[in-house]
Every structure is written in structure tokens, then in C-alpha cells.
Design a protein. Structure first.
Length: 275
């Protein structure tokens, strides 16, 4: 079994949130591998609400829940690749992160902004730092990329305008994960503007200087683009009204983010000797 902690920070947008999570989890389920995913939604919990260890999240715990996406505590998803067991848990206290017994950490995008810091982000940053310290394979996507950079001492700045684009990536160093992706889908306004020490700058794009980085001597990556934004997810997001016509037009070019997600999954599997 592979156990993954996923910071589910875009849950209110079903296709880019839950749907995007499934795209990120699918490569782990290849060959029938059993996948358990612990979902964290601290942005929906009451301020300061954290518990010791791995405690199930209930509807009472999430007074900020956005009812456009129905709440559930536990769910089984049967993907073409295999079965994924999802469980929502309360945000754990830092001293009990080890009780999660996880093989990987993924931090999704968010409608919030690292440049406009909110108290619930503190626990997320602590979890990412802990993951890096323990050398747990970690992937930060968009907001997660920025949060990982900020958690390690980097800087995040808000640009004057929002960017929706599918762009070529310029690679600055070879890497088994980020190096698999040559075209990325970007939708963001915050940018990492200074990398923390002890990381390698992996890629940039025309509008984005720091599009990908890796923590040195650790299996932790940040990517500003959205590798989980599959074509079907984009089209369904438009039909649901989650993106507008301009955004749909901006995202028409194909990207190869799926290769990056598969490469990250392989890093996790190799770390725990899963065939």
C-alpha cells in the first residue's frame, strides 16, 4: 500500500480540485497498487483547529466548507488505473506528523495566495518543512510550489496581472521529475521571486522566472504550473462555469504535465520498493 497526504486546497472547484487530485493520484494506482490518500483541508477548518495524530474530519469540523462541493469524510474512487481510498482528516499538530506514516506529500493549488498569508497556512508550511527534513517525496503544485518556497525561506510576490497561459519551459538543470515536462499550463498571479537556499533552479517560462525547483539532496519539488490540469478537466471546468471563455481559449494548447506526475509517482514507489 502507498499512503499519500494531499493538501486539498482547491476542494471547492470540483474539476480542478477533486478531479485534479485524482489525476495526481492515478499514476500511483498502476499495476493495481492499493492507494490510501489522507486529505487535509485546513482552509475550511475553524481558526487554530488542529488535532494530535490521524483523526477523521467530520462536517462539524469544517464551518467554512463551501457547499458547492458536497462534504464527505471518506470515499472510494475506482480509476481505470486502480482503486484509491480517500479519507479526510483534521490538520494534525506538528509533533504528531510522524503518526501519519506517509510515503509522499502533495500540495495542490489554491484560490488563496501565499502573498496574502492566512493563519491556516502556518500548519501547511510546517508539514512541508517536516516532509523535506524527513526526505519524504514531496510535490508542490502552483500554490504548493510557492508555499514550499516560502516555507524554506524563499520569497513570493504578487504580480500586477494574472497569467493564464500554456508555455514552453526552459530547463536549467537535468532532473528525473521536472525534466519530463517541456510544456506547462500556468494560471496564477503570485510568483516565487527568490528561491530559498539549498535548492536547484530547474526551469523557467517566458513570464515566470522560477517555474520549477528541487530541494538539494531531498526528494522535494515545486512546480508553478499545473501538471494535473488534464484536457478533460479543463473542458468540464468550463461547462461547470469554473473557468470562462478567455481561460478556456488560453488553455487550448496541449501540455505534458501527466509525464511529470508519473515521474513523481515513480520516485515515491522506488523509495518504498514498490514494483
Amino acid at each position: 500500500m502507498v499512503r499519500i497526504v494531499l493538501l486539498d486546497l482547491l476542494v471547492e472547484r470540483a474539476e480542478f480540485g477533486h478531479g485534479g487530485n485524482l489525476e495526481a493520484l492515478a499514476p500511483f494506482a498502476v499495476s493495481g497498487q492499493q492507494i490510501e490518500c489522507l486529505l487535509l483541508t485546513p482552509q475550511m477548518q475553524a481558526p487554530g483547529a488542529r488535532t494530535d495524530g490521524c483523526v477523521a474530519l467530520t462536517e462539524v469540523d469544517v464551518p467554512r466548507w463551501d457547499d458547492e462541493y458536497p462534504f464527505w469524510s471518506e470515499k472510494i474512487e475506482h480509476l481505470p488505473e486502480g482503486r484509491v481510498h480517500l479519507r479526510r482528516i483534521c490538520m494534525p499538530t506538528t509533533s504528531t506528523f510522524s503518526e501519519l506514516c506517509v510515503d509522499a506529500i502533495i500540495c495542490s493549488g489554491s484560490r488563496r495566495n501565499v502573498s496574502m498569508w492566512e493563519p491556516w497556512m502556518d500548519g501547511c508550511a510546517e508539514l512541508l518543512r517536516w516532509g523535506v527534513e524527513q526526505d519524504i517525496p514531496t510535490l508542490g503544485i502552483c500554490f504548493g510550489h510557492q508555499l514550499l518556497a516560502a516555507a524554506l525561506g524563499g520569497e513570493v510576490t504578487r504580480a500586477e496581472r494574472y497569467t493564464d497561459i500554456v508555455s514552453d519551459l526552459e530547463h536549467h538543470a537535468s532532473d528525473p521529475v521536472a525534466g519530463t515536462c517541456n510544456v506547462g499550463l500556468f494560471t496564477h498571479q503570485d510568483h516565487v521571486t527568490a528561491l530559498p537556499s539549498g535548492v536547484t533552479h530547474l526551469a523557467s517560462a517566458g513570464h515566470c522566472g522560477y517555474a520549477a525547483f528541487k530541494v538539494d539532496h531531498r526528494r522535494a519539488w515545486g512546480v508553478q504550473f499545473h501538471p494535473e490540469a488534464a484536457r478533460a478537466r479543463i473542458e468540464r471546468s468550463f461547462r461547470l462555469g469554473h473557468i470562462n471563455e478567455d481561460e478556456l481559449a488560453a488553455f487550448q494548447r496541449d501540455h505534458d504535465g501527466a509525464a511529470l506526475l508519473s515521474a513523481f509517482a515513480e520516485q515515491v514507489k522506488s523509495s518504498i520498493n514498490v514494483e
